[in-house]
Design a protein around this ligand. Structure first.
Ligand code: FAD
Length: 111
């Protein structure tokens, strides 16, 4: 099973459509700043998971994410209700190409 059960540490609403939250960081979970990982919630034993950019930096002992709230979205309609102490499942492998070592030398960086 590539997913491990992690604990919600904090939740912060930013608007009706956006919120952020922090999770405990899986042991041995390595990533580069800019990568994303698949996270999810279990409903009736079934995992509903989606890709999320990790917004905390790699030197932290927690993982932070910023999420949209899609009212009828399979994941975020439930994720918006998480509270400290709840469980979120985190894939063991982060990936992505929005990392510094993918930036080619140049004078202007468009983001
Ligand atoms: C590489 C990657 C990284 C991602 N990183 C994030 C992230 O950091 N934060 C985040 O909230 N989502 C992110 N997403 C989108 C995320 O995976 C889910 O689609 C989103 O959380 C909604 O999940 P859902 O199951 O509720 O609805 P879904 O069924 O997945 O989506 C429902 C509808 O909402 C739209 N939608 C999904 N995400 C967004 C968004 N962020 N802004 C506007 N419309 C959207 C979809 O296009 C779709 O029409 C990322 C997706 C990818 C591929």
């Amino acid at each position: 099973m590539p997913y491990s059960e992690q604990t919600v540490q904090s939740v912060r609403p930013w608007s009706k459509q956006t919120f952020s939250f922090t999770l405990s960081r899986p042991q041995d979970f390595a990533f580069e700043n800019g990568e994303f990982v698949t996270i999810g919630l279990k409903r009736e034993g079934k995992l509903v998971a989606r890709a999320y950019s990790i917004v905390s930096t790699a030197d932290r002992d927690y993982l932070e994410f910023l999420s949209i709230h899609v009212p009828d979205g399979p994941l975020t309609s439930q994720l918006v209700r998480i509270r400290p102490g709840d469980s979120v499942w985190v894939n063991s492998k982060a990936t992505g190409s929005l990392t510094l070592n993918h930036v080619l030398p140049g004078r202007t960086l468009y983001m």
